[in-house]
Design a protein around this ligand. Sequence first.
Ligand SMILES: Nc1ncnc2c1ncn2[C@@H]1O[C@H](COP(=O)(O)OP(=O)(O)OP(=O)(O)O)[C@@H](O)[C@H]1O
Ligand SMILES: [Mg+2]
Length: 398
Amino acid sequence: MAKRAAKSDETAMPVANSELRRKQSPPAEERFAQELAFLKAADTSIRPDGWFLSPQAIVTFVCGSRGETLRLPKGCEDKSLPDSLVITEKFVGERSLVERCVVTLAGERGLLLVVEPGTAKSMLSELLATGVSGTSALTIQGTAGTTEEHLRYSWNYAFLLAQGPGDAALVPSPMMTGMKNGQVVRIEEVTRCLPEVQDALISQMSERRLMIPELQGDSGSIFARPGFNVIATANLRDKGVSEMSAALKRRFNFEVIAPIAEHHREVDLVRLQATALLHESNVQTPVDEGLLDILVTAFRDLRVGRTVEGWNVEKPGSVMSTAEAVAIAASIGRQAAYFPSQKDPLSLIPCLLLGAVLKDDAQDRARLLAYWDSTVKRRAENSRNWQRLLELRQELMQ
Ligand SMILES: Nc1ncnc2c1ncn2[C@@H]1O[C@H](COP(=O)(O)OP(=O)(O)OP(=O)(O)O)[C@@H](O)[C@H]1O
Ligand SMILES: [Mg+2]
């Protein structure tokens, strides 16, 4: 018996402890723990009650310190912090939009981020919740299966049967915890929730309290403390299971996030995020610059329906999001590193681009071919990379 156990240990995949503890996608409060602690220590601006950082510090946290080195004020006790730090840009977009979001969160209405898929609404809501409350953990994922309990509370039936209704048996929802602690609650894809779930949200957001009829006295109502608010997200494309009611819409200030406006900022972002993803896959080789430029340019042409040269492009039905460009860049980087002798990385672009384009509408393949026959062909006259891409047209037929 002992022998068999030893044998199975030998065949088990060796995994280091640190490897087991590593998370694939740690929350913002863990990824940026040092920046948050630094900003908190350096924060001297006015801060609404219950907030972790001041509105100004939150905007700096989300949009970065624009390359400026921030310094800790004299007399700061915390020796674990560096004396100075440059805060990284996380959300690429208008600073004024982030300011408006922060101002909304300090008021009595919730914040609704509306956007095309893959345009960083979840990321922005996570960063804002972290800045306001120090945590992004209070999250409800809106789906057709989301029930009122996800917004209110439920019961641990073992405790309920043993002890009757009471605090021990109560299982709070993120909403209840947010109200109790005065923290921001995130509701992802709110339009996918059924109407009755959205209705429950209306009363919670206007009354700012949650009743527990089963409990007597003070325990029977939770009043929201300062700092509580809601950030919801919704897709422009996918209206979800049911559209929001007018009453619920009135409880939110809407902010529409546009795709990244400048070409070079999108290239920088795709490079940065693809490199980070590649590091996670133990790939240290950077993504080729020429390839990055072609990828982002093609995504932007197809997203906007017009090239920088002013040529018209027939837009496919799919979104062509920055998030997908990041995924493709990382995928090319991995393929090149894991199978270096196989293919020239540029030759992977047509198939991956086709994968991004061809989602719902079979006609989108024809649209991509038309893009090849017009824009790619015209650019091929002056650029070797676009010339190579033109020669790979047959890859789109597979
Ligand atoms: N303006 C932007 N700033 C920073 N990252 C961006 C931006 N636009 C897109 N991204 C990229 O998009 C990725 C995913 O964003 P996120 O998941 O927040 O999108 P989403 O809008 O919630 O998408 P979905 O609709 O699929 O849920 C980010 O990690 C980043 O790579
Ligand atoms: Mg999302």
